[in-house]
Design a protein around this ligand. Structure first.
Ligand SMILES: Cc1cc2nc3c(=O)[nH]c(=O)nc-3n(C[C@H](O)[C@H](O)[C@H](O)COP(=O)(O)OP(=O)(O)OC[C@H]3O[C@@H](n4cnc5c(N)ncnc54)[C@H](O)[C@@H]3O)c2cc1C
Length: 378
């Protein structure tokens, strides 16, 4: 299979798809994106962005914009539910790049930065559009779209997230996302001056973790992980009161001060956490899956978006490096498997320790080991 890849389609304009679009455009490849959301914008609160993801954003040429609109910091402070200091973990700087060790940003802000970069790079984006048919041929992929058009591509990248239809269509036996047993609550607050990096409060007994992370010079986001029997729907109007009630169970003064600020009109987001690790191969013929479509992680290591963006960078490198597309896609998978497996499986284990009220020292050790592994070159 020749790798003369001149024209690609990316299905899904999330972080992984946008990163692929930016990198392939830099290599002179014509890029079409179809994004089914007519508004093409990520919703939600803050997103934690570790040093490895900052390194990936630097590769995309977006680090300065991140610094301008987000927040960069270093390290992680851990307290118990009463506010007693437990540990300070360093966040190792990523290898091979001069970037901060950690950071965070509002999710829609990062999404807008990347979307503008895609448009500026000359990607052809169609929103409110999806694929209705994908036919594999030896020398091309023929695709029909929901806007009644059709086209042919040298390579199709399925970056359509956890519930990927591309995965469903091309890998009918692939594993389904699994509910992890935890849900995460998020809300945004004004940032007091003393919160300058991630702060976590743990309760082994209550099987809960609360954290805050600065997302801009003025604001921070809060996340609370709790243990749930099912991934039930929680009506949005009930969420502020439920979050406040859970925060009240921690008597740490820092948590209480934030609980006081939550009222019935506060914007609170609840989401059950699901995971997925699809075994290799991640490609079939000239269609390859990246990001959450093949490795959706719970956010315990804050690397879900990061490994999706890295996938895009490595895929573009391997396609450029091989004259045979099949070899390029196998090389991409070989470079990505172990790192993505580590993030998904260690995140799941961290969640299990939290749900079992397990050993905090094991939790801290696994966090630190994972952070060191994540800092390694890709
Ligand atoms: C509660 C929570 C907190 C998280 N916190 C963090 C964090 O702090 N740090 C971090 O790095 N990661 C975090 N993650 C993980 C991160 O959000 C994901 O890993 C990341 O968004 C995956 O990006 P993606 O582009 O692969 O998929 P997605 O973000 O799901 O994007 C997929 C895109 O494809 C589009 N799409 C879907 N189906 C189709 C279709 N059929 N046709 C066309 N378009 C389609 C969707 O509209 C979407 O725009 C968190 C996840 C959750 C659930």
């Amino acid at each position: 299979m020749s790798s003369s890849v001149n024209k690609i389609l990316i299905i899904g304009g999330g972080f992984s798809g946008m990163a692929a679009a930016i990198q392939f455009r830099r290599q002179g490849v014509a890029v079409d994106i179809v994004e089914k959301n007519p508004n093409w914008r990520a919703y939600g609160a803050g997103i934690s962005i570790g040093g490895a993801t900052l390194r990936a954003l630097q590769t995309l040429g977006l680090l300065e914009q991140f610094r301008q609109h987000g927040y960069v910091g270093d390290g992680l402070e851990i307290y118990d539910e009463h506010g007693n200091f437990l540990a300070r973990l360093t966040t190792p700087p990523p290898a091979g790049a001069d970037v901060p060790a950690s950071g965070a940003i509002m999710r829609p802000v990062l999404s807008d930065i990347m979307a503008e970069a895609c448009t500026a790079a000359g990607c052809h984006v169609r929103v409110g559009t999806t694929c209705t048919d994908i036919q594999l041929h030896a020398d091309r992929v023929a695709v029909a779209f929901s806007d009644q058009t059709s086209d042919s591509y040298d390579l199709v990248i399925g970056a359509d997230g956890l519930m990927s239809q591309t995965r469903e269509q091309l890998f009918p036996g692939a594993p389904r996302p699994q509910f992890s047993g935890q849900g995460v609550w998020r809300a945004v607050f004004e940032r007091p001056d003393h919160i300058r990096s991630t702060v976590l409060w743990h309760s082994e007994e209550k099987q809960m973790k609360i954290g805050v992370n600065p997302v801009s010079p003025t604001h921070m986001y809060l996340f609370l992980n709790d243990t749930r029997a099912t991934n039930e729907f929680i009506p949005p109007e009930q969420q502020p009161e439920l979050l406040r009630e859970m925060m009240r169970r921690f008597d740490a003064p820092g948590v209480q001060a934030l609980a006081d600020q939550i009222g019935p009109d506060s914007q609170v987001l609840y989401r059950p956490l699901e995971g997925l690790l699809m075994p290799l191969p991640w490609h079939r013929g000239r269609v390859v899956l990246i990001g959450d479509a093949v490795h959706a992680t719970t956010p315990h290591l804050a690397m879900g978006a990061g490994i999706g963006i890295e996938d895009a960078i490595v895929l573009a490198e391997e396609v450029a490096a091989h004259s045979d597309l099949e070899e390029a896609l196998v090389a991409f998978e070989q470079r990505r498997w172990e790192r993505c497996r580590l993030v998904v499986e260690n995140s799941r284990r961290l969640g299990e320790i939290e749900m079992a009220g397990g050993d905090q020292r094991e939790h801290a050790r696994l966090m630190q080991e994972s952070m060191i592994a994540i800092a390694a070159p890709i």
